[in-house]
Design a protein around this ligand. Structure first.
Ligand code: ADP
Ligand code: ADP
Ligand code: ZN
Length: 218
């Protein structure tokens, strides 16, 4: 059976960064609902326009929309998914379980990335990404080697997100604690929760994630 994993953690915990490592090292497919929603916004779809304001405020978009997006991707098939930023509510977690059953798949591990709030503020305020290849950078902890151009693809289209400001982050954190953190208990009860120290350096976090995944195989 394919490895399907969930990266669970507050905004800025490092989910996207670790997802990219897993794509590279294990050939898994990243399903980021945040990226899908941003794509819908920039391509100007009706749904994208509808969710834009909600996203900029830092609130969660409706379960119906994100479940629909994930369903579409899962139906396209593939093996070994990394769920990044999904599920974010108990209703989404239940829906994911049903979808996995329909596809004859299951969630192997839920990696809970633990990072304290103070670190999240500096992570979010220094975050920028490559608009071409999606590589994730940080002003202090992961700057580009050459200023203004992506290390991976050389693009100069480096972007900051409209919702990466302190005001929106406050709302995103509240949303996380109210609606998403109950998933920690949900997956703990199911027996597949694996906490990792998200405050460690990127390589060390990647090592801890790899240890969880390889232990699962033994
Ligand atoms: P971060 O990487 O900072 O955790 P994301 O890129 O995952 O943020 O999400 C950005 C925004 O997109 C969220 O603040 C929310 O408005 C919306 N969003 C993304 N995924 C979901 C989801 N599973 N459920 C509801 N809203 C979501
Ligand atoms: P998420 O997808 O959970 O919102 P990201 O992967 O986008 O988080 O990371 C948020 C910011 O923190 C980015 O600027 C990234 O470069 C940086 N970052 C990620 N992991 C670490 C880490 N372990 N140590 C220091 N900075 C990190
Ligand atoms: Zn790039």
């Amino acid at each position: 059976m394919a490895t399907n994993i969930i990266l669970l953690g507050p905004p800025g915990a490092g989910k996207g960064t670790q997802a990219r490592r897993l794509i590279e090292e294990r050939g898994l497919v990243q399903l980021s609902t945040g990226d899908m929603l941003r794509e819908a916004r920039s391509s100007g779809t009706e749904m994208g326009q509808r969710v834009a304001k909600v996203m900029d405020r830092g609130e969660l978009v409706t379960d119906e929309i994100v479940i629909g997006l994930i369903k579409e991707k899962l139906e396209q098939g593939g093996k070994g998914f990394i769920f990044d930023g999904f599920p974010r509510t108990l209703a989404q977690a239940d829906a994911l379980e049903d979808l996995m059953k329909e596809e004859g798949q299951e969630i192997g591990a839920v990696i809970e990335m633990r990072v304290d709030d103070a670190a999240l503020v500096s992570r979010i305020s220094g975050r920028f990404t490559c608009g071409n290849c999606g590589e994730v950078y940080h002003d202090v902890t992961k700057p580009t080697k050459v200023e203004g151009s992506c290390d991976v693809c050389g693009s100069t289209d480096l972007r900051r997100r409209a919702d990466d400001n302190e005001e929106s982050l406050k709302t995103r954190l509240m949303e996380y604690y109210k609606k998403t953190s109950p998933l920690i208990g949900y997956y703990y009860a199911k027996g597949n929760l694996h906490p990792v120290d998200g405050l460690a350096e990127i390589d060390a976090v990647a090592g801890a994630v790899a240890a969880v995944l390889d232990e699962g195989k033994a």
